[in-house]
Design a protein around this ligand. Structure first.
Ligand code: FAD
Length: 565
């Protein structure tokens, strides 16, 4: 059986940053479903925030101001101590990336350039053209190669193994051979990314199914604040490929079918650079009230920026618009609609990335520390991945200094592996009538229509009934391809169950939260209710569905006020 002191699951920015941290002292391996540079982090376009003050308009920026913008953006649900920790680490983390070779765009005097982003008082988003995530991902990947981190690609982790409250290993499906493989480890760090594919109209990669969050949940780690799903204001109409917030940061306008810059009604000061929850609701309101085009989109207009700026700052956006919408933004406005984009919630961790299972950590989008609360600011997620990836790695190194029992749990690991094999046999043997792809489509449609940008109790109850129906129908699915090697039919069917469980958690948490806060906007409870709901939702797994509880928010510095932009 393979053994490593540290196993990192996921090779996006969070996983790679954690591995780069532990690999200096500990034998570290990465298990990843896709090759590292195919992780969703590579799709990040707009940039990463740090209060560096390199832009003349941002020279008065500070850790305190960035922290306050983040807390206000979160609609006061973020833990304020965690936010301050993340922002305090931001500038050193960006310099670290720079020194490792990340080719950030520059100011004329050679400093790291910073562009304005939504919900931010200052231009503080560092960027590398409009492919920031890709460059950061390649930088960390190279770093992990230099440090001899062992990487097992095309391994889909299906479970963690826990013995006496300690993590002792993981089970992975080798996608190529079809074998389940046992891995022993003294610590496990999840950097498995978000659950965007639970929703229709998502900007996320097809692999963003939340499988890591489901595994943690099933093994007894609570999921925190899962009802807070971010809708990005500008995804390409129809395909929902992201059009970065950087397009508005560079000065792009949002225009309705009357030719109005309608954001003047909703966020008169911030205009197009309001926070994402508010801009998405504004666009959806324009569409719902008949001021959209062909009933379904508005325009993102970049024409006034001029050819040179578009080619320099937004070349990727231009390529995508040309290739997927047949529109060159130099000459024509881009048709956009809001799309599911990010999960503020995730595996509940402390500030070190630690969970309630000893030796088991999580960082990045799969985790909830919490720093994004009810609404994340653009550019703060890439920051979250590198800061908490690093801090998790650091804590693992401390933890390992005192850990006495190593290489534990062989029997338990083999027993779990046998269970997984048996479960697969049971799934492959079934000759049911249900098509799992159809169930997935119905789930995605239900979530975007009924647990979407605007929510009501009645609609969400319909969604809940539908999810329960889909879970029931899942029992009669049939996997058509019975082979072992590269059986993507089986893998898709397998991961669908976890997605249904997450949909259940999101919907139930949303029904029980009878208020509007950040991205959770209920027309039947339009006000924020701090007396009852200035609390984190904590969902724990039971065989009968999620049990919803609550935990305190750290609000030690900034008392909640009404958000105005
Ligand atoms: C199109 C797009 C643009 C974005 N732009 C920005 C931006 O400009 N700025 C910003 O701050 N944020 C942005 N975000 C958000 C940000 O990119 C993500 O939240 C962040 O990159 C997530 O990183 P991660 O390391 O947590 O996970 P990911 O990058 O999603 O990586 C997940 C990894 O886990 C692996 N994995 C998952 N499940 C398993 C399993 N069961 N077994 C084995 N491996 C598994 C995958 O193979 C992958 O390597 C954007 C998001 C999208 C979708």
């Amino acid at each position: 059986m393979k053994y490593h002191e540290v196993i990192v699951v996921g090779a996006g920015l969070a996983g790679l940053r954690a591995a780069v941290e532990t690999a200096t002292d500990l034998d570290t391996a990465i298990l990843t479903q896709v090759p590292p540079v195919r992780s969703h982090s590579g799709a990040a376009q707009g940039g990463v925030n740090a209060p560096m003050g390199n832009n003349p308009a941002g020279k008065d920026d500070s850790v305190e101001k960035h922290s306050y913008d983040t807390i206000k953006g979160s609609d006061f649900l973020a833990d304020q101590d965690s936010v301050e920790l993340m922002i305090g680490e931001a500038t050193p983390c960006i310099y670290e990336m720079e020194h490792w070779g990340c080719p950030f765009s520059r100011t004329p005097e050679g400093k790291i350039a910073q562009r304005p982003f939504g919900g931010a008082g200052f231009p503080r988003t560092c960027f590398a053209s409009d492919k920031t995530g890709l460059y950061m991902l390649h930088t960390l990947w190279e770093r992990s190669v230099a440090l001899n981190v062992k990487t097992y690609e095309e391994r889909f982790v299906t479970d963690i193994v826990v013995e006496n409250g300690n993590v002792v290993g993981v089970i992975a499906l080798n996608i190529v051979t079809g074998d389940f493989e046992p891995y022993m480890a003294d610590t496990v760090i999840f950097g498995t990314g978000g659950p965007g594919q639970v929703y229709g109209r998502s900007t996320n990669a097809l692999i963003s199914t939340g499988s890591g969050a489901y595994i943690a949940y099933k093994r007894g780690v609570p999921l925190k604040d899962m009802e807070f799903i971010q809708f990005h204001p500008t995804s390409l109409f129809g395909t929902n490929i992201l059009m970065t917030e950087g397009a508005r940061g560079e000065g792009g306008y949002l225009i309705n079918n009357l030719g109005e810059r309608f954001m003047s009604k909703y966020a008169p000061k911030a205009m197009e650079l309001g926070p994402r929850d508010i801009v998405s609701r504004s666009i959806q309101t324009e569409i719902n009230e008949g001021r959209g085009f062909e009933g379904g989109y508005v325009h993102l207009d970049l024409r006034h920026l001029g050819r040179e700026k578009i080619l320099d700052r937004l070349p990727g956006i231009r390529d995508i618009a040309i290739n997927f919408a047949g529109v060159d933004p130099i000459d024509k406005p881009i048709p956009i609609q809001p799309g599911q984009h990010y999960a503020m919630g995730g595996i509940s961790t402390d500030k070190n990335g630690a969970t309630n299972i000893k030796g088991f950590y999580a960082a990045g989008e799969c985790a909830c520390v919490s720093v994004h609360g009810a609404n994340r600011l653009g550019g703060n997620s890439l920051l979250d991945t590198v800061v908490f990836g690093k801090l998790s790695g650091k804590h693992v190194k401390e933890f390992m200094k005192t850990k006495k029992d190593r290489r534990q749990g062989e029997g338990m690991i083999m027993k779990t592996l046998e269970e997984q094999e048996k479960n697969r046999e049971n799934l492959l043997i079934k000759s049911g009538t249900e098509n799992h792809a159809a169930i997935r489509d119905e789930m995605k449609q239900t979530m975007i229509e009924k647990v979407g940008i605007f929510r009501t109790g009645a609609q969400m109850k319909e969604a809940l009934d539908k999810i329960l129906e889909l879970k029931k129908r899942y029992e009669s699915i049939r996997v058509m391809y019975k082979g072992r090697k590269y059986n993507m039919d089986y893998l898709r069917a397998y991961e669908l169950w976890g997605m249904l469980e997450l949909a259940h958690v999101i919907t139930l948490g949303a029904i029980k939260r009878e208020e509007s806060r950040g991205s959770h906007s209920r027309t039947d409870f339009p006000k924020r209710d701090d007396a009852k709901f200035l609390r984190h939702t904590m969902a724990t797994w039971t065989p009968d569905g999620p049990k919803i509880g609550y935990s305190d928010v750290n609000v030690y510095k900034y008392p909640p006020v009404e958000r105005k932009y």
